[in-house]
Design a protein around this ligand. Structure first.
Ligand SMILES: [Fe+2]
Ligand SMILES: [Fe+2]
Length: 315
């Protein structure tokens, strides 16, 4: 891998006028309690995660739940419209490094998520477990297999070479900026500490957005979803639009779980959302102790990478 910039100073570029205290908890993919499910659309889901608890079950560990709440306090306070604009400008340059997609999957192994209640495996296992589970149920949708493999690669933002962004700027549920924060957002009360909350341009139902404008025209909170979307798009990846939609909005739980913000969607979003809902089940429930044999499946995924991405990707 070529890292073009050794150590970014992005965190120092983050707005100093707001409080950027950091939580030591690593919260990935916005987990919060979900009811136990046995089967959805034919995909059998395990009732328990590797630790014997139900998925996204923070009641199982109240200390962790407090960590999650603190995480969302920081996230809701600090993710402002201006912050996201700056992050998109900075990372949209794609000048932080060059490496292939598979190389990035291996690099993500350096991010060990020790507070994800569902997962104590290296990240590459999560990527491959989701991808292999989808592949089993949708054998002909090779684009969906690759989408699963790459959906979390944006988490490299946590690594020093990619800016070592604080967790609230990388993981957790995402939400639109520039319009009112919907009450279905987890720990909604902490938005009151967000400067945008009292901005009359932003705090109405549509804010600066137009009804039905399409999610493409909505600024989302910054994190690994939007970053990976920018990387895929900026490198001329040929995955279908539904794949880019999944990558960009897979942490947008207020939309795909709660049904909020649908007034901002257009017809294309409605179609793509169907795929996102399918994908989400595999993202959540394929986390398990069953290890995927990396070397065995590697040639298949490398062939997909070759089909849809250039050999060298700019990050
Ligand atoms: Fe994710
Ligand atoms: Fe994921």
């Amino acid at each position: 891998m070529t890292i073009l910039i050794e150590q970014l100073e992005l965190v120092s570029q983050i707005d100093k006028s707001v409080n950027y205290e950091e939580s030591n908890e690593l919260v990935l993919d916005g987990e919060f309690p979900l009811p136990k499910l046995q089967s959805q659309n034919g995909f059998s889901v395990p009732q328990n995660n590797s630790f014997g608890h139900s998925f996204r079950d923070y009641d199982a560990d109240s200390e962790r739940q407090q960590g999650v709440e603190e995480f969302y306090r920081l996230q809701h306070m600090n993710q402002t419209y201006d912050f996201v604009k700056r992050m998109r400008e900075e990372y949209g340059k794609l000048d932080k490094g060059e490496m292939g997609i598979w190389e990035c999957c291996e690099l993500l192994n350096d991010v060990v998520d020790d507070s994800d209640p569902d997962l104590d495996e290296p990240q590459i296992q999560h990527l491959l477990q989701s991808a292999e589970a989808i592949r089993k149920d949708y054998p002909n949708e090779d684009w969906l297999h690759l989408t699963a493999l790459i959906h979390d690669l944006g988490k490299i933002l946590l690594l020093p070479a990619f800016g070592e962004l604080p967790q609230w700027a990388v993981v957790g549920d995402t939400f639109p900026l520039g319009c009112a924060f919907d009450e279905s957002n987890v720990h909604h009360k902490y938005f009151k500490q967000n400067p945008d909350y009292n901005n009359p341009a932003y705090n109405t139902k549509n804010g600066i957005c137009k009804e039905g404008c399409g999610l493409d025209n909505v600024m989302m909170s910054w994190g690994h979803d939007d970053y990976m979307y920018l990387v895929a798009k900026g490198n001329g990846c040929t995955l279908p639009l539904a794949a880019l939609f999944i990558i960009r909005y897979h942490s947008f739980y207020p939309l795909h779980k709660e049904g909020a913000y649908t007034h901002l969607m257009n017809q294309e979003d409605v179609e793509n959302l169907k795929w996102l809902k399918i994908f989400n089940k595999y993202d959540l429930y394929s986390k398990s102790k069953v290890q995927v044999d990396v070397e065995k499946v590697k040639p298949y995924y490398q062939s997909l990478i070759q089909k849809y991405f250039p050999a060298i990707v700019r990050w």
